[in-house]
Design a protein around this ligand. Structure first.
Ligand code: CP
Length: 316
């Protein structure tokens, strides 16, 4: 089995199907570390990882930090609000200063699309994109693929409906590319104001009707309205939005009996999803969060140049 040959993980766009399978199989093999009495392996002992978060995060930041600790790496958490960024230092100068302290991997979340790519050109360290503006969130898409593969057993041929603010969500872009690469039938659904036409080129079928998206769907991925990125009123009100696009128990009857509901978080109950659905037995939202740690362990492990691990189950 080939190793990951990339220095960085910047986006799903750069990954081949073989790269994706390798990352998912490695995550599958590393999942068992969480079941051990001592949740730690020495694999990244002596390696330093800097978590550089310029935007808020709960799941991504916590799971990267746990992944690093479970692999025995030394970690430094850098919050832009308490750093010299607040005194006017640029991203590039900040990165160059941190790079001079010889980290091995820098994990970055930034509000500007392309910020990780800029660091990749400037830094010797491996760069991992933990979300760049409205562009990509590759590790979230890989988490989502790991979760679908675990629950459904395969991804090829599944109807995956991604519903919500497609335009401003980086998860929508990364999920669409990834699931399309793996042979799924990807649908993007939302108000016309929130679906860029380019999603056709990324491999999605587009609909403005939630009923059409839900019809015979195997996987329903709900996305929140990214109000912090919206520069104008794209929907009349959140109440109106819920009436047309909110996922309710009644609407779930349109999907298959074994449909699963996913959400990358943060979730806005009563805006894009009803609590009845978010907490239902068919919701795998917390499975996604749990898989986040193993998936990020796999990315750090492979970027550190380690040989592929043997998966516990054959890849599908
Ligand atoms: N899915 C995701 O990126 O969540 P956080 O913003 O909490 O990291």
């Amino acid at each position: 089995m080939a190793s990951l040959t990339h220095k960085d993980l910047l986006g799903i766009a750069q990954l081949s199907v073989e790269d994706i399978q390798l990352i998912l199989d490695t995550a599958d093999a590393l999942k068992q570390v969480a079941d051990r009495p001592v949740k730690k392996v020495p694999t990244l002992r002596g390696k330093t990882v800097i978590n550089l978060f310029f935007e808020p995060s709960t799941r991504t930041r916590a799971s990267f930090e746990l992944a690093e600790k479970r692999l025995s790496a030394d970690t430094l958490n850098f919050a832009a609000s308490t750093s010299s960024v607040s005194k006017g230092e640029t991203l590039l100068d900040t990165a160059r200063n941190l790079e001079s302290m010889a980290p091995d991997i820098i994990v970055i979340r930034h509000s500007s699309a392309g910020a990780p790519h800029l660091l990749s050109k400037e830094c010797r360290s491996s760069i991992v994109n933990a979300g760049d503006g409205m562009h990509e969130h590759p590790t979230q898409a890989l988490v989502d693929a790991l979760t679908v593969r675990e629950v459904k057993g395969h991804i090829e041929g599944l109807k995956i409906a991604i519903i919500g603010d497609i335009a401003h969500g980086r998860v929508a872009r990364s999920d669409t590319m990834l699931f399309h690469k793996l042979g799924a039938d990807v649908w993007a659904c939302g108000p016309a104001t929130l679906i860029p036409w380019e999603f056709h080129q990324l491999g999605a079928r587009i609909t403005g009707h939630i009923e059409e998206a839900l019809d015979s769907a195997d996987v329903v991925m709900m996305l929140r309205l990214q109000q912090e990125r919206q520069t104008e009123a794209f929907v009349p009100s959140t109440r109106e939005y819920f009436n047309f696009y909110g996922l309710t128990r009644e609407r779930m009857r349109l999907a298959k009996k074994d449909t699963i509901v996913m959400h990358p978080g943060p979730m806005n109950r009563g805006v894009e999803i009803d609590s009845d659905v978010a907490d239902a037995s068919y919701s795998v939202i917390l499975n996604q969060v749990a898989n986040g740690v193993a998936l990020r362990m796999a990315v750090l492990y492979l970027l550190s140049g380690h040989a592929p691990l043997r998966p516990r189950k054959p890849s599908r």
